[in-house]
Write a protein that binds this ligand. Structure first.
Ligand code: BG6
Length: 517
């Protein structure tokens, strides 16, 4: 035990009590798929950072497991390199690492081999004693999704779902490949874990800026009265990425943009923007409202898919003078692949608040830049008293626009009109900006830090529940079904451009235009 209580760097006590109020109980975290990308880029850097900030109990241990044979020491060495490479906006401290590394262990194992679970149990028993983890165990499934059901079943068969403390399981996305497989996976999981022990992760819900949508909407009284069909013309949700598939060609070819981003992250963001206020801010009420909203999204008829959804795939292009390959030229991708690397959908929400207000959602790889934002476009004033000055002459005024910037810049801007200085009533759009960085002047925790702490603390508010996952599959399933039987003329946009022309046409049919974020 003595090694675990080595002194850590001083933390400002005020910051410590206010910002990091949530303390978590002792526990062991078991990461299946520990030598994978997620573990190296996100999970270990987040756990290290939480340890550095003393947001997790000193009585914790991480047990990594995957097929690669490795000793504890080798695992520590590999993870040290990853943590120092992938820590976001935070320094790497050699002394803190030394202390942290003493809580890292490794069990080589094959998820389909029952003997591996015996080894895991032995290691868990050992750390429970050496690190006093109180029998609490958080399993993190970050393996290939096809192994989820098997791994959960084995945990049950080895009685690892019970112990002296609590047992919880975090399941990475994708949760199922379609509605049916998501339901089957839920059934399998529920044979072993109770729903209250299941934490389906959607890291977008853990982003500070996504959480802030709720604070913005329900912590203020001035925006909510406008947040409805009477004042809002339409909403645009954009998650643009400049990267391609980054060595994930094999996974991505099976998934596609609609499954990879819209079924999960962006439908949860849409639910956060559009849901009703919960009566109490707790996991049941917040998740009830999100689920209710997702159930109110109109499920498209097959004949509406061609007008309400657009698929795109990037071809070769040029960005900043650099030649980029098309999707079909990426490693592990078929030369005639029909996979969508861009998807845009018009969702309609059939409830009193939103009837008739289109929610346009788009995402894509190899777009001109990385930006995620939500634009609430308000209606034009009922009477056009003014004209707006532009370089090319006067034009009709542009209505108010509220933009919630999720990343990389984090903040909120409100566009409104102001009188231009000088004689005559000429107006020009100006904006009022809130910027996270300058307002709070401190580092924002990453989504994985937030979500890991929440799972250890037993708070599932920012995790998705079975009914939410099923409802979000339900709204994309008709599109997936129609696309599965379609033959697209891909590629239909060049790498480094804003997606296919058909996406602009989808909005133009309603008299709308995509913003350039
Ligand atoms: C993942 C997707 O869930 O989210 C990736 O599988 C995508 O394809 C990533 O790049 C985007 O996350 P973020 O946090 O970088 O916007």
């Amino acid at each position: 035990m003595s090694a675990l209580v080595q002194p850590l760097p001083e933390v400002n006590p005020l910051q410590d009590t206010l910002r990091f109020a949530r303390r978590v109980p002792p526990c062991a975290v078991v990461i299946f798929g520990a030598s994978g990308d997620l573990s190296k880029r996100k999970l270990l850097p987040s756990l290290y950072r939480l340890f550095y900030e003393r947001r997790i109990s000193p009585n914790f241990a991480v047990i990594g497991s995957s097929r690669t044979p490795m000793s504890d020491d080798r695992f520590r060495g590999v993870m040290k390199e990853s943590v120092s490479n992938f820590l976001e906006d935070a320094p790497f401290d050699e002394d803190v690492w030394k202390s942290f590394a003493q809580s890292l262990f490794y069990v080589p194992g094959d998820l389909n081999n029952p003997a591996s679970y015996d080894d895991l149990r032995d290691k868990l028993d050992a750390v429970e004693k050496s690190h006093q983890t109180a029998g609490n165990v958080l399993f993190y499934l970050s393996t290939q999704p096809s192994h989820y059901a098997e791994a959960i079943l084995e945990l049950g068969q080895h009685n690892l779902n019970h112990g002296t403390g609590w047992r919880r399981v975090i399941i990475e996305k994708p949760f199922g490949h379609d509605l049916d497989s998501a339901r089957k996976l839920n059934d399998e999981i529920h044979k072993v874990f109770d729903e209250s022990e299941v934490y389906r992760i959607d890291h977008y819900l853990g982003k500070e800026t996504v959480q802030n949508i709720l604070a913005f909407r329900f912590g203020n009284s001035m925006f909510e009265p406008l947040w409805n069909r009477r004042y809002v013309d339409h909403v645009q949700i954009t998650a643009a990425e400049s990267i391609g598939v980054e060595g994930r060609g094999a996974y991505y070819q099976e998934a596609g943009a609609l499954r990879d981003m819209i079924q999960n992250h962006l439908s949860q963001v849409m639910a956060t923007v559009a849901m009703e206020p919960p009566s109490v801010f707790d996991s049941t009420n917040v998740r009830d409202e999100r689920a209710k909203l997702l159930r109110s999204v109109r499920v498209m008829k097959p004949e509406d898919v061609s007008t309400h959804a657009v698929a795109g795939q990037y071809g070769p292009g040029k960005v900043g003078g650099q030649d980029l390959p098309g999707f079909r030229q990426e490693p592990s991708v078929d030369r005639d692949s029909q996979t969508d690397t861009y998807a845009a959908v018009t969702f309609l929400i059939d409830n009193w608040r939103w009837a008739g207000v289109p929610f346009y959602v788009r995402t894509g790889k190899r777009l001109p830049k990385r930006v995620t934002d939500i634009a609430i476009q308000f209606k034009a004033p009922p009477l056009g008293l003014f004209t707006q000055e532009t370089k090319t002459g006067p034009r009709e005024v542009r209505p108010n626009l509220l933009v919630v910037r999720i990343q990389p810049e984090e903040g909120i801007s409100l566009r409104f009109l102001s009188k231009s200085p000088g004689s005559g009533m000429r107006v020009r759009p100006v904006s009022m900006d809130f910027n996270y960085g300058s307002s709070f002047g401190e580092r924002t925790p990453t989504a994985y830090e937030t979500l890991l702490v929440d799972a250890m603390a037993g708070d599932p508010t920012l995790y998705t529940r079975q009914d939410m996952v099923e409802a979000s599959w339900q709204i994309v399933q008709p599109i997936l079904d129609v696309w599965a039987h379609s033959r697209f003329e891909f590629p239909n946009y060049a790498a480094g451009t804003w997606g296919p022309r058909t996406s602009d046409e989808m909005l133009a049919r309603n008299g709308h235009v995509w913003r350039i974020p």
